[in-house]
Design a protein around this ligand. Sequence first.
Ligand SMILES: Cc1ncc(COP(=O)(O)O)c(C=O)c1O
Length: 397
Amino acid sequence: MSRAARRLAAVQTPVIPVMAELIGQTPGTLSMGQGMVHWGPPPPVLAALRPAASADGASDDPALHAYGPVAGDPALLEELKRWLVREHGLDLAGASVLVSAGSNMAFNAVVQVLCDPGDELILPVPYYFNHEMAIRLAGGTPVPVQAGLIPDPEQLAAAITPRSRAIVTVSPNNPSGAVIPQGVLEAINRLCADHGLLHICDEAYALFGHGDTPVWSPGSQPGSAAHTITLGSLSKSHGMAGWRVGWALVPEALMPELAKVQDTILICPPRLIQRAAAAALADGSSWCRQRIAALGARRQRVLQALIQPEKPWRVLGPADGAFYALLQLNAPLSSDAAMERLIREHRVALVSGSSFGLSGCCLRLSYGMLDEASLDDALQRLQNGLAQLCAIPGPVG
Ligand SMILES: Cc1ncc(COP(=O)(O)O)c(C=O)c1O
């Protein structure tokens, strides 16, 4: 009988489809679960597709139908470099850009390149579940470190071994919304430079800063390219999650090896999507920044409803960025059970904290997706649900 390779047994079951199944079984559920925004791409993106899709075929571009360069089309690579410098101040000296089908796929390519069996990547907890999964798929070993929501560089340093290859940070953070201050990221960069490690910075939410701590890119430090990888994406800022386009800025010495992985798996990024991505970037950031700024008001409503010291739950850490907040419940339940009961009994969906490596009873809330009118209703359901879950008597003794 055929069987899956043994390493798959250690890869967690993706939590989002589990949650989606529960929502599907519970009509009327309001979802504060999946990490998406409620808008779609800016108008120039769809306009860029029109010539390619014209009915008469007259302006059809034959290049779109052929395989393209492995790392991405030159027009997009140039637009992307301008964007990375203009919007995030990145230092491109000594760096190369790989466009991929989403930044998840770029992360996958990076860990394929970094990991011999048993090589270690340090993941501050909470981690983004797909990072942990990708490392296991590549045969590497994720090393979760409880270093605080704003990770303490000294605790990360203590986890470094001769097998360590990289430290992964996510700022603004999924699942906590925490924005890691510049000084902390600089310290992690130094640590990586000193130990011959890579600092892999997942910046899927780079434009999503709402609080007082500015979002800062470690790749903007002059000379950082040799030990820094910056991952980015149009999925969140531009409402293009389904288009599957993202990138990695990598030390140029890694590019030939990354090209082997990308050639094997994707051959080239989809060329029509690259054309759309170039139009999105050329449009500038004000269109998305306006929408992201409006999320700030939702964040206030969410935090006002949930930060209540007398309640048996608390919001962990400063939910200053992305569109997430992390809740810890004083309840004798697993995170998975809490997710299931909130959906089945209260028709409101949040994501179980166990998928992010969190122990105890934790849930991730996303305020990016719901329409305005449903937010108060969802928060009311959530408050009632949390109160009931936390009222369950714990084990005696
Ligand atoms: C931290 C982080 N990185 C990457 C991704 C996925 O990005 P993409 O759609 O570009 O693969 C997500 C999606 O939730 C995310 O939260």
